[in-house]
Design a protein around this ligand. Structure first.
Ligand SMILES: Nc1ncnc2c1ncn2[C@@H]1O[C@H](COP(=O)(O)OP(=O)(O)OP(=O)(O)O)[C@@H](O)[C@H]1O
Ligand SMILES: [Mg+2]
Length: 1031
């Protein structure tokens, strides 16, 4: 198994180290790799190339024998070692101390990763990883000799307290896009320890990459964290297979220059278990990827080779993080997916998937399996994203229409999503974002969504109740998924049980509403819509699936003691604070396990291993039990016997006090002396006759052993230990129950998300005065009084009123050619109509007085200009690439907005290109189009296009020279761009404005020959300017 994360190269199989572990990078891939510089990681150590095959094992055993402790094969990290490879070691002086050797082995095995190793309460980076990352993580770096008198150079190390893992993972994974291998410590069997081994073995338990986050705190709660796998036949993308119709096309990394071929996509969000697939073609790939917005893309390693690399350039252009993976020897067939899916996968029919999807899905799951190192996944059954079921918003429109982020700085504030976000839950917001990026093409789905929104508008009390309840829920989709990985603690269980309880409340709210609604006779005036909405609510009510899950929630509440849990956290926080105070000192140390022993006992980090330790049960603190006593009969019994022992202890204490007349006597446990009796003051002398032997004493205190207490204490410790174990068992049982109810819990989570989105849209419609759109199967637009949802909000924030405009595109007028002054609102108008179509098919009300919209299959926009100098694309090239996409892809059902096409070149060329676009859109694509331009000649050239109409906005000039914009569109052509007005407002120097005005006047005089006019105007203006200067 080979992973290449950009130009880091690692080969490994999940359980065996393979022969090709230490291959050096292929030379032909070098050029490509250099463009991934931000993702660079050193490859395996050069000496690693020397050892292959069976020598690995022999070497390990031979060297193992040199040390005092022999190294068992199974002790080598990551399970069984293949018979053919061993980690390379230096013969002259082979041994690092065991801890460092384990680290070294792990670094070699996971050499595509940054390795962080748990040592006590810290995570440490060693060797070159410490050198490279300590400065980036702002950690102090220390050097330490591997062992006393060793000739090996000092080893670099840097670390941070374990509780800060998430903080550093965020920097490594999220900011630096690294793969991080987390090596945890596991208690070694006593038997092995006797053989001289370390107390802990360190094994990599998980690899974290940007696309495989599960429950890390730094994960964006409002967005899905997708990992995407793309499958395409590499042969079709070879350099010589470019479409040859257009000369020179192979030089431009545009999907349009690649032969049409099927592309399989599969993507998952490990944090929620979402699993989707799609079959698309190469031309639509960038749009599909932009919609999915993956955090990481997995590609077959063949695409790293120069001749197949064009797909990589295309993905890179959009800044995606790519990981190359050597294909598995036995690709995962669909039937093999089932073991990684949740139990109920009834509607999962392998025959539904195309071969491309199967290949992409197989490689995706293969990758996930290896990153999770054996942890089980229970993904949701894969859902096919059928392109024809969704409106496609092409990559450029997604950006230009600022759906999820703004163009200028890519921020969320100012985007459409931001202005719509009235959702109260995180997963509801994720659903909103998904729906906005892929609106529906199904009339019934859209109407069902709109019905729910309308119901929430008409019944404000219902809406308020639902919103209030939703506010009390937790992100159950991510919570339940956490349990499937064997994670999830008592807090997660409590959150889950509260969410289930609230879900049940929500069910009753909806049910009560439906029942009381159905009791009222239907108003004959609105019979059709009433009946439909009632039906929609009843269907919705039936989607709640509470059977079993309420029982689970009850069981959780019955078992977990919430008060004790918060007390437990209080103590934990106190400890964390203590730790962080001391952390800085400790971080500067040249520490290993040995050094940690010298730390104050009180803050000595606890081992991370989950297994309860005897010592942890007896650490002298007051017991805080997170489970209620009645959680299990065993727990009840154990607590009872602990109670009686506590009583016995009190009696013993009282008896001893009385017997020796020592009121200060206490029976206690300390980490150093275990069970002792302690007295102070004058009592010290009184105990000597009874207990002459002291364990420790000072002038005023004395500690000594009381055999009865030693015995009783030991029994109490054992009971505590058993309670802890029993608590863990009950916790495990609860976790298992959660997993058993996985499908139901996920179903309910989906219902809640839909309610959240419906309420959010309802609130939006009420607050912003949106109307319900009528969606039709036709291909016309009839929007009356439409507004731009985002510009309107910002205008009203600044006290300005937004002027509504109509948009009526139908068989009579399919294209609107819009002219008018700068700043008069052409671009705003174009965008608002695209956004209204998107909102309508998302299932939202729209900012208009009336909207009747024929289903739109694809929205395209060519607006603004953007250079892509990095990829050698000029402003005009970008413009043409985007325009080409539209002209090739738009169908008669599409909606196109084109803003000032041809602006980026000479006027004659620009006009020619603009005309060609209109001509093509009119005759070939035949789609609804809004086209704004300052090339007024275009209006003359298109007079004979019957279904093309002219509209314009204007400037109103006052007598005193002041002016204002008339944003309202009217029929006709406006040949005045009033550019100089805008220039003056923008603050161009007055004399520059005067020159411009003169030139403009001159140009107008000879409009039949703009070039010679420009020349003569320029000459005259220069002469005039010179004369003025001479005067
Ligand atoms: N219908 C409207 N009602 C009120 N204000 C509007 C309206 N349309 C646009 N505006 C305001 O006018 C500004 C300029 O609009 P826009 O960029 O759409 O003009 P334009 O005609 O495309 O100009 P240019 O030709 O220079 O590109 C917007 O930022 C907005 O604040
Ligand atoms: Mg504009």
């Amino acid at each position: 198994m080979l992973f290449k994360h950009a130009h880091c190269t690692t080969h490994f199989r999940p359980l065996t180290l393979s022969r090709n572990l230490f291959l050096t990078p292929r030379p032909h891939a070098k050029a490509l790799r250099s463009s991934f510089s931000s993702l660079t990681r050193p490859c395996a150590k050069p000496r690693a190339t020397q050892l292959v095959g069976a020598t690995w094992n022999q070497e390990l055993q031979r060297r193992g024998a040199k040390r005092k402790a022999s190294l068992n094969l199974e002790d080598v990290p990551q399970g069984a070692i293949g018979s053919d490879t061993l980690p390379p070691q230096d013969d002259a002086e082979p041994d690092y101390p065991p801890l460092l050797q384990q680290v070294r082995n792990n670094m070699l095995k996971f050499n595509h990763c940054v390795l962080v190793t748990r040592v006590g309460g810290f995570y440490e980076l060693y060797f070159e990883h410490a050198d490279e990352y300590a400065p980036l993580l702002n950690l102090k770096k220390a050097k330490r000799k591997p062992s006393k008198g060793s000739k090996k150079p000092a080893v670099s190390m840097a670390g941070f307290p374990a509780y800060q893992l998430d903080r550093y993972l965020k920097i490594l994974v999220q900011d630096l896009n690294k793969h991080v291998a987390i090596s945890d410590e596991f208690i070694n069997e006593v038997l092995n320890r006797a053989k001289g081994e370390l107390q802990y073995t360190r094994r990599v338990s998980r690899i974290i990459t940007p696309g495989t986050l599960i429950d890390e705190h730094f994960m964006d709660p409002w967005e899905n964290n997708y990992l995407l796998s793309i499958h395409v036949d590499p042969k079709t993308l070879e350099k010589d297979k470019a479409v040859t119709k257009c000369p020179g096309s192979s030089n431009v990394p545009s999907v349009l220059n690649l032969p049409r071929t099927e592309v399989g996509l599969a993507w998952i969000d490990l944090s929620s278990g979402d699993f989707l697939t799609q079959s698309t073609d190469i031309a639509s790939l960038p749009t599909a990827v932009a919609r999915i917005k993956p955090r990481e893309i997995v590609l077959d390693s063949i695409f790293e080779e120069a001749e197949h690399s064009r797909i990589v350039s295309i993905l890179q252009e959009d800044g995606h993080i790519i990981t190359f993976q050597e294909p598995s020897q036995e690709p995962l067939a669909v039937k093999n997916w089932i073991s990684m899916l949740e139990d109920a996968v009834d509607d999962f029919d392998p025959a539904n998937f195309t071969s491309g999807e199967v290949a992409a899905g197989g490689s995706l799951l293969h990758y996930v399996k290896n990153q999770l190192l054996g942890s089980r996944t229970r993904l949701q059954a894969p859902v096919r994203h059928q392109a024809e079921d969704h409106m496609s918003i092409d990559k450029n429109s997604l950006r230009a229409l600022e759906i999820r982020s703004t163009i200028r700085d890519g921020t969320y504030e100012g985007s459409l999503l931001h202005s719509l976000k009235n959702t109260v839950t995180r997963s509801g917001t994720r659903l909103l974002s998904q729906r906005l990026s892929a609106p529906s093409m199904s009339l019934s789905t859209i109407n069902d969504r709109l019905d729910l929104v309308e119901e929430m508008i008409e019944y404000p009390q219902l809406r308020q109740d639902v919103i209030a309840l939703l506010g009390q829920t937790f992100d159950s989709l991510r919570l339940v998924t956490k349990f499937t990985y064997g994670r999830g603690d008592a807090d997660d269980l409590m959150e889950l049980s509260k969410t289930v309880a609230t879900t049940s409340d929500l069910f009753y709210v909806v049910r009560e509403h439906t029942t009381s609604r159905n009791a009222i006779p239907v108003d004959p005036n609105s019979e059709a819509s009433e009946t439909r909405r009632r039906h929609c609510m009843s269907t919705f009510e039936r989607r709640f699936d509470l059977e079993g899950v309420c029982e689970l929630a009850k069981r959780i509440r019955y078992a977990i003691d919430e008060d004790a849990l918060s007390e437990y956290h209080r103590v934990e926080d106190e400890q964390a604070e203590e730790m962080s105070e001391l952390a800085q000192d400790v971080l500067g140390r040249e520490a290993g396990e040995e050094d940690l022993k010298n730390m104050p006992k009180r803050i000595q980090p606890k081992p991370h291993a989950i297994t309860g330790s005897y010592k942890s049960a007896t650490d002298g603190r007051d017991d805080i039990w997170i489970m209620k006593r009645k959680a299990s009969p065993a727990l009840h019994r154990l607590h009872k016997s602990l109670d009686s022992m506590v009583e016995t202890k009190a009696e013993l204490e009282a008896r001893l006090r009385q017997q020796m007349d020592v009121s200060s006597l206490t029976l206690k446990w300390t980490p150093n002396l275990a069970h002792i009796a302690h007295v102070k003051g004058k009592d010290v002398s009184r105990v000597t006759p009874y207990f002459p032997k002291s364990l420790s004493s000072s002038k005023s205190t004395r500690s000594f052993q009381v055999p009865e207490w030693t015995q009783l204490g030991a029994q109490m410790d054992e009971t505590r230990f058993r309670i802890r174990n029993e608590e863990q068992r009950v916790l495990g049982e609860l976790r298992e129950r959660v997993v058993r109810n996985l499908v139901r819990l996920r179903r309910n989570a989906a219902v809640l998300d839909e309610l959240d989105v419906a309420c959010a849209f309802a609130l939006l419609a009420v607050e912003k005065n949106f109307t319900r759109p009528i969606i039709t199967p036709g291909t016309s637009h009839n929007i009356v009084g439409g507004r731009h949802p985002v510009v309107e909000s910002s205008s009203s924030d600044q006290g300005r009123k937004f002027t509504p405009n109509d948009c009526i595109l139908d068989d009579k007028e399919r294209i609107w050619l819009i002219t008018g002054p700068n700043m008069a609102g052409k671009s705003t108008y174009l965008r608002q109509n695209a956004l209204i179509s998107i909102l309508a098919q998302t299932g939202s009300f729209v900012p208009a007085e009336y909207a009747e919209i024929g289903l739109v299959d694809k929205v395209f926009s060519r607006v603004g200009s953007a250079d892509n100098l990095f990829l050698d694309q000029s402003t005009f090239m970008v413009e043409m690439l985007e325009t080409a996409q539209i002209l090739k892809e738009a169908t008669p059902r599409s909606f196109v907005i084109m803003d000032e096409v041809g602006r980026g070149t000479a006027p004659e060329d620009g006009i020619a290109v603009g005309y060609a676009c209109l001509h093509h859109l009119y005759h070939v694509n035949q789609c609804r189009t809004l086209f704004a331009t300052h090339f007024h000649a275009l209006t003359d050239m298109t007079r004979d296009f019957d279904k093309l109409a002219f509209y314009c906005n204007d400037v109103r000039e006052e007598a005193d020279g002041k002016f204002s914009y008339v944003h309202r569109l009217k029929k006709g052509v406006n040949r005045e761009s009033h550019a100089l007005k805008v220039a003056r407002v923008a603050g161009l120097p007055e004399d520059a404005i005067a020159v411009a005005a003169r030139i403009r006047k001159q140009l107008k005089l000879d409009s039949s020959n703009p070039i010679s006019a420009a020349h003569s105007a320029k000459t005259k203006a220069t002469r005039k300017g010179k004369a003025a200067a001479a005067e």
